[in-house]
Design a protein around this ligand. Structure first.
Ligand code: FMN
Length: 222
């Protein structure tokens, strides 16, 4: 089955002055579309690619929890496979994809750890059960069966009971996050006859995603 990609496209005239503004605009439009039409489930689902120490690529989906001048970021287990791979190479790529809107964003760059204060602020905003499971799961490690996982959850639930306070569960040391300090941000917009638009912000100088002078823009063939 082939579907025609009848998206609105993206022209140089429409492109925001900075990558941050452009990505924020598209994320906001994806969230609005999900609210109105329900066909953009998890608008901030971010596919994160890493490479292991042997050069073998890996990919998985997380939720983009941060987006500011320092780059897109997510929270995860610092002992997980992805975190170990980030540690091995320092490089990362990621994409947001909204098929119903014929749009995607691609980020490439270097990994930066998210600060402990930001992690703590985000952790305390999570529901109690999610905070307990952050203690119960050693992400990416093998486990005998589901019962062992549930038993670990129950142990931590008894240790840190739900008092209704955001501070009833401490932030696990091994829980953290990563940002992509981007060198490149590509905006892809699907169009008819596969003549898609690809506009790419490439780093030209120091500065965040919110600094227009730090970026040049060029168009790539589809
Ligand atoms: C929609 C969706 C959202 C997810 N969000 C996260 C997340 O924010 N952080 C996370 O560590 N894993 C998240 N996961 C689980 C990851 O895809 C993955 O299974 C996990 O992080 C382990 O990956 P790793 O073994 O490569 O480190 C999510 C999965 C899906 C499908």
């Amino acid at each position: 089955m082939r579907s025609e990609y009848s998206g609105e496209g993206l022209s140089e005239d429409q492109l925001a002055a900075t990558p941050l503004e452009q990505v924020r605009r598209w994320v906001a439009e994806a969230e609005t579309r999900q609210a109105d039409r329900g066909d953009v489930v998890e608008p901030v689902a971010l596919s994160v690619a890493t490479v292991d120490a042997d050069g073998l690529p890996n990919v998985r989906t997380v939720l983009m929890r941060f987006l500011d001048g320092r780059g897109p970021g997510f929270v995860t287990d610092l002992g997980s496979t992805k975190s170990r791979e980030i540690g091995a190479t320092g490089g990362m790529a990621a994409s947001l994809t909204w098929p119903a809107m014929y749009r995607a964003v691609r980020f490439r760059g270097r990994a930066l750890p998210v600060g402990r204060d930001e992690i703590a602020a985000y952790f305390t905003s999570r529901p109690w059960g999610s905070r307990i499971s952050a203690w119960a799961s050693e992400q990416s490690q093998p486990i005998a069966d589901r019962a062992a996982l549930v038993a670990a959850y129950e142990r931590y639930a008894a240790l840190y009971p739900d008092t209704g306070s955001p501070d009833d569960v401490p932030v696990p040391d091994g829980w953290g996050g990563w940002r992509i300090d981007c060198d490149e941000v590509e905006l892809w917009a699907g169009r008819r006859d596969r003549l898609h638009d690809r506009l790419v912000f490439t780093r030209a100088a120091d500065g965040g995603l919110d600094v227009a002078d730090a970026w040049t823009v060029h168009r790539r063939q589809p």
